[in-house]
Every structure is written in C-alpha cells, then in structure tokens.
Design a protein around this ligand. Structure first.
Ligand SMILES: C[S@@+](CC[C@H](N)C(=O)[O-])C[C@H]1O[C@@H](n2cnc3c(N)ncnc32)[C@H](O)[C@@H]1O
Length: 238
C-alpha cells in the first residue's frame, strides 16, 4: 500500500522541533548545567564567552530561552549596572535560574514563549543560545526586531552539523556515545536520541540569515569547533 504524503502525515505522528521542547526539557533542568558542560567537552563555556565578547555595550539585555541562566548571569557580570531579562518557556528551568541567580539584583526571569513575546519594552541586545532550531525563523526574527532598539544587536547561537567528513564522523561518534549514556539517565534519553536528528535536518542558520537580511539587518556569522556551532549576529540600523 502506498500512502500519499498528506495521508502519511495523518497516520504517522510528526514531531515538529517545537513539539520536542517539553520532551527534552520538562524533566532535565536540575542536571542541565553538568550535562551541557560535559556533553560539549567544555565547549559550551567557550561558545558562551564568544557570545559575551560580541556584546560590546548597552543598558538593557534580553536573553531568550535563558534556561538555567548560564548566559544571563555572564551578561549580568559584564554589565552590572544594566537591566537583564531572561525568558524561558519551561518552568523547571526558570526555577533553577532563579535559585542560582539570587545574588544578581539586575536580572528578572519571566516565563514566556519566545515566539509570542510581548514585553512592551525594547532592548539594546537580544541573545539566545540553543533556541533557534526550535522556532519558526520568520516569527522569531520579527519578534526580536520588534523588541530591539535602533542600533541594537540580535545574537543567535546554536548547533550545526559539521560540513566536512572528519568533522561529521567525530560528531556522529559523540552522539552515538550520548545515546548510550541516555540509557543510564532516563530524563535525557529522548534528548540524546533525537537531538542529532534535529541538528542534522535543521536549516536554522540559512533561514535566519536570509530572513534577517530581508529585514535589512547587517548580518555576520562565525562558526566554531569544527563547524559544530555557529554564532549569527544581526545589527538593526540606527
Ligand atoms: C538547551 S536549553 C538552553 C538554555 C540556555 N540558553 C543555555 O544556553 O544554557 C534550551 C532552552 O530553550 C527553551 N525554549 C525552547 N523553546 C522555547 C520558546 N519557544 N520560548 C522560550 N524558551 C524556549 C527550553 O525551555 C530550554 O530551557
């Protein structure tokens, strides 16, 4: 029996990137900081330093999908006199972020969906680390531009699938290893098995770059660690 594509979609459940968000993150907040550091072999810290390096000035910052607040606190440390808002869709992650940020009086954490963001204020810089691949680029770029001051900067950072053969072999091996680790840490099993498929199929970099340019942002990008991660920066005209 041959199913037409639209019939197949009715029969087979199709998980969109956004459907994966609760499956990856509802039960993982408490262990996230350790897992992201170890599973990236410490590179997460380096990539976040590179994001921070690209934030050169500003009085107000918005960190989308702030998670447990690793990047949010780095921004607060670099700009202690500014206002920083961290938003995330997952309550458990925000609970950890608030618990770990008690000594930072310039950070506010809010539970919101980045795609439906409505803060009624604008920021000098909007960051996001590991959010882009879960969102609709048209919606997210538009939301960011609406919340950005003239001359402001949007920084998207996320994983990419390496382009060259040795990079791909090393990357595939790491995710095979993480998939095995997932059998011993049930809360991470779904993420470790489905994240590689998501990253391989994601066109986030191409799509966000194109849409940012269509909105007249000045865009540049840099890739890191054998092309396994990219920072994409867009600057709004003054
Ligand atoms: C891998 S964690 C990254 C956390 C943090 N940015 C970091 O780099 O450590 C991904 C986060 O994205 C959040 N997230 C995913 N989709 C979101 C959305 N539409 N709006 C807000 N947060 C979202 C999840 O709840 C999760 O906390």
């Amino acid at each position: 029996m041959v199913l037409r594509l639209e019939e197949a979609h009715k029969v087979l459940p199709v998980e969109s990137p956004k459907d994966l968000v609760p499956k990856f993150f509802d039960e993982t907040a408490e262990s996230y900081d350790k897992v992201v550091s170890r599973s990236t072999f410490g590179k997460d810290k380096y990539w976040k330093k590179e994001i921070i390096r690209r934030i050169t000035d500003g009085d107000s910052f918005l960190d989308l999908a702030c998670g447990t607040g690793i990047l949010t606190r780095e921004i607060a440390r670099k700009f202690p006199n500014s206002k920083i808002v961290g938003i995330d869709i997952t309550e458990g992650y925000l609970d950890v972020a608030k618990k770990n940020s008690k000594s930072y009086h310039n950070i506010i954490f809010l539970q919101q969906d980045a795609e439906k963001l409505n803060l009624k204020e604008k920021f000098d810089c909007i960051t996001s680390s590991y959010l882009a691949k879960y969102c609709d680029p048209e919606i997210l770029v538009k939301v960011c531009i609406d919340h950005l001051n003239p001359g402001g900067k949007i920084i998207f950072h996320d994983f990419t699938y390496p382009k060259n053969h040795p990079g791909r072999i090393a990357w595939d091996m790491i995710f095979i290893m993480l998939k095995l680790v997932g059998y011993f840490i049930p809360s991470w099993k779904k993420a470790f098995s489905d994240l590689p498929k998501l990253i391989r199929s994601s066109k986030w970099l191409h799509n966000y770059e194109k849409i940012m340019k269509n909105h007249s942002l000045k865009v540049e990008q840099q890739s890191f660690s054998w092309n396994s991660s990219v920072i994409l920066v867009g600057v709004k005209a003054e």
